[in-house]
Design a protein. Structure first.
Length: 303
């Protein structure tokens, strides 16, 4: 009689499993927003290069990595339906290590923010609060797509942009920087809705009210497109108002390209959500960087 033995599960996660949990590909949006914020401040990086570099690490690997670990731990039951190959439901992350890593990353984030000074530390604390409140009970903000995508847009775009401007200059950001950072964060609400089209079945089963679940795929797609387009149009108008017509025209041109792509996306949102996310989001973030250079030029005009 043969006996089959089940190989013992590893007690510690492998480096590959940890990296999969932290999802480096998701670090790009806050790191990009941080770079935009640093450029938009209008100050050179030479005297505060260390603050800028540490801030990029805080925005990407630390805070965003924390949010990914927290989300995967508290979403492990949803992921078992939507994406069973993810690192926690697949068993590659042993025991409660998903939670432990989220806590460790939170502590590291606070230490890095403390090193960046009193202007940055409160912003990091707010970012960490949103990272946990988004996924963890009792708040679990992701239960409602309107709230959750707004929180993510603010955390991924507005907060890093403003944090970078403060870290680069050592003072609070100017009003133009504030306005643009808020508008691009608001538009990111629509970007985040694009991610919800691939998880409609699992979200509905687990009672998560994403926009596609709440309003249906077609109406959710219209809402996402409108939320992405309106803030960019307002940024273009503001750039005109501030005497930066060439930058304003560039943002307007990028928006027109997005509107053309939106027509295809709206024909079949579920099929084309990933396609539009790749093209439309690329155009959106390109506009962010152009706007940052516009604000940089504006700071020198006003000096």
């Amino acid at each position: 009689m043969e006996l089959t033995r089940t190989p013992p599960q590893a007690r510690l996660p492998s480096p590959g499993a940890i990296l999969a949990l932290l999802k480096p590909i998701t670090w790009f949006p806050p790191m990009w927003a941080y770079a935009c914020g640093a450029i938009s401040s209008g100050h050179g990086f030479q005297s505060r290069a260390g603050f800028v570099v540490l801030g990029v690490i805080l925005a990407g690997p630390l805070l965003c990595g924390t949010s990914q670990a927290v989300n995967d731990w508290f979403d492990r039951h949803v992921d078992a339906i939507n994406e069973p190959d993810r690192v926690i439901p697949s068993g590659r992350m042993p025991g409660r290590w998903g939670l432990y890593i989220a806590i460790i990353m939170s502590v590291l984030s606070l230490l890095a923010a403390w090193m960046l000074g009193p202007l940055i530390f409160p912003a990091a604390v707010l970012g960490l609060f949103f990272a946990w409140a988004y996924s963890a009970p009792p708040l679990r903000l992701k239960q409602n797509g309107w709230v959750s995508n707004g929180v993510c847009g603010f955390s991924y775009e507005t907060l890093p942009w403003l944090t970078a401007a403060a870290a680069t200059t050592g003072i609070l950001p100017t009003l133009p920087v504030f306005l643009v950072a808020i508008l691009y964060g608001a538009g990111a609400h629509g970007i985040l809705t694009l991610n919800d089209f691939k998880a409609i079945a699992g979200d509905r089963a687990m009672g998560i009210s994403s926009l596609p679940v709440l309003h249906g795929p077609q109406r959710a797609a219209v809402i996402a497109c409108a939320i992405m387009a309106v803030p960019q149009a307002l940024v273009s108008l503001l750039l005109f108002y501030w005497g930066l017509p060439f930058y304003a025209l560039a943002i307007g041109g990028l928006l027109l390209l997005q509107l053309a792509c939106m027509r295809r996306f709206l024909r079949d949102p579920v099929t084309y959500a990933v396609w539009y996310s790749a093209i439309g989001v690329g155009l959106y973030v390109t506009g962010m960087m152009i706007t940052a250079f516009g604000l940089n030029a504006l700071s020198h005009l006003q000096a």
